[in-house]
Ligand binder design. Structure first.
Ligand SMILES: NC(=O)c1ccc[n+]([C@@H]2O[C@H](COP(=O)([O-])OP(=O)(O)OC[C@H]3O[C@@H](n4cnc5c(N)ncnc54)[C@H](O)[C@@H]3O)[C@@H](O)[C@H]2O)c1
Length: 323
């Protein structure tokens, strides 16, 4: 029986996301076993990333303990056997089918029969990964975003053989992690959030590649419209707020003209092939000096906290009671 207040959580893979989820689990009050299949990354990046995230959260006084306390709760190892006492294990390794297969099999070989196994895959179907396990009902997609402690995002995805009750239980538990989790009862490529986002990215590329607007103007349009209402409500509520009839009339004419392009747009292809990665190496859709990259990164982190504080002033639950 899962005791959500007293869990040991295993995190396998300590790259960008693994380090972030490991730090979050410690900040939520759990004992963490962090397994890195790539030993060299532990001292090179993983410890530094975890410390940075924990320092940030402790520095903002969002948790009661000290930085050293939360770091001490994370035991790092390269021996999968150390996962044997875990109640939940989440894999965060490379987005590669063969690598994930190998890691999931290694996890299942050492954990208890009722240990929940999660994958933080962004795009590999949960049904595909689920088949790599023998006991499949305890397997779920648990899709996080960085920083895992701060972000309210969590997608919980059921494969065909997942226990839906277990998924509901994780959704309940995740409210204590300050998540507004989305539960997918059926697996679909890209899950909910990426399907919505990528539909928007595709249209953004279409408008720029065909000379209708510049990247700057597309970015600005997103900030001034969607960027304002989306932290408050979703598309269905927004259409209710602003009048369904108008949407009905516009959809008829507009839907047939939207991009349904199937290939990766040329200019993202070019940036990716040339090694551009955005803020992290200064070369993305825009160019950044080191100083500019740092300023954008810091502003984004601060904005995250501010927008969540604003959301808390307008919780959807309090509005539901009025209807
Ligand atoms: N980056 C994001 O914003 C994001 C968001 C949500 C989910 N994800 C998913 O999280 C997972 C990890 O992504 P990331 O961004 O942390 O990537 P990353 O490259 O930072 O980390 C990948 C980790 O995989 C492990 N690894 C690398 N090669 C390996 C190998 N040959 N065998 C076993 N393990 C190996 C290492 O621990 C490495 O740090 C992916 O499935 C990704 O799709 C990423």
């Amino acid at each position: 029986m899962l005791d959500s207040k007293n869990m040991t959580v295993g995190i396998v893979g300590l790259g960008l996301m693994g380090a972030s989820v490991a730090a979050a689990m410690s900040l939520f009050g759990y004992r963490v076993v962090g397994i890195s299949p790539v030993e060299s990354e532990v001292d090179r990046t993983a410890k530094r990333r975890m410390r940075k995230q924990i320092e940030d959260v402790v520095g903002r006084k969002l948790v009661p303990g000290t930085v050293e306390h939360y770091l001490d709760q994370i035991r790092i190892s390269n021996d999968f056997q150390d996962l044997s006492a875990c109640d939940m294990v989440i894999e965060n390794v490379l987005e590669n089918l063969e690598v994930k297969k190998d890691i999931l099999e290694k996890i299942e070989a050492v954990v208890k029969d009722d240990t929940i196994i999660g994958t933080n895959t962004s795009a590999i179907p949960i049904n595909t990964l689920q088949k790599f396990l023998k006991k499949r009902d305890r397997f779920l997609g648990l899709h996080w975003s960085d920083p895992a402690f701060t972000s309210q995002f969590l997608e919980i995805i059921c494969g065909d053989e997942s226990d839906q009750k277990l998924a509901e239980k994780i959704k309940d538990i995740s409210t204590a992690w300050n998540k507004e989790a989305t539960l997918l009862r059926k697996d679909i490529r890209g899950f909910v959030t990426n399907r919505l986002n990528y539909a928007m990215y595709r249209e953004a590329f279409y408008l720029v590649e065909n000379g209708y607007a510049s990247m700057e103007d597309v970015d600005r349009a997103c900030r001034t419209v969607g960027g304002v209402w989306m932290a408050f409500c979703g598309p269905f509520r927004f259409m209710d707020l602003t009048g369904v009839q108008a949407y009905y009339r516009v959809m008829k004419d507009l839907f047939p003209t939207l991009s349904d392009y199937k290939d990766v747009p040329e200019f993202v292809e070019k940036i990716a092939q040339e090694g551009g990665n955005g803020i992290s190496n200064g070369r993305g859709f825009y160019q950044y000096s080191e100083e500019e990259a740092k300023a954008w990164e810091e502003a984004f982190a601060n904005f995250y906290y501010d927008i969540y504080a604003l959301k808390e002033k307008h919780p959807p639950e309090s509005l539901k009671k009025l209807t």
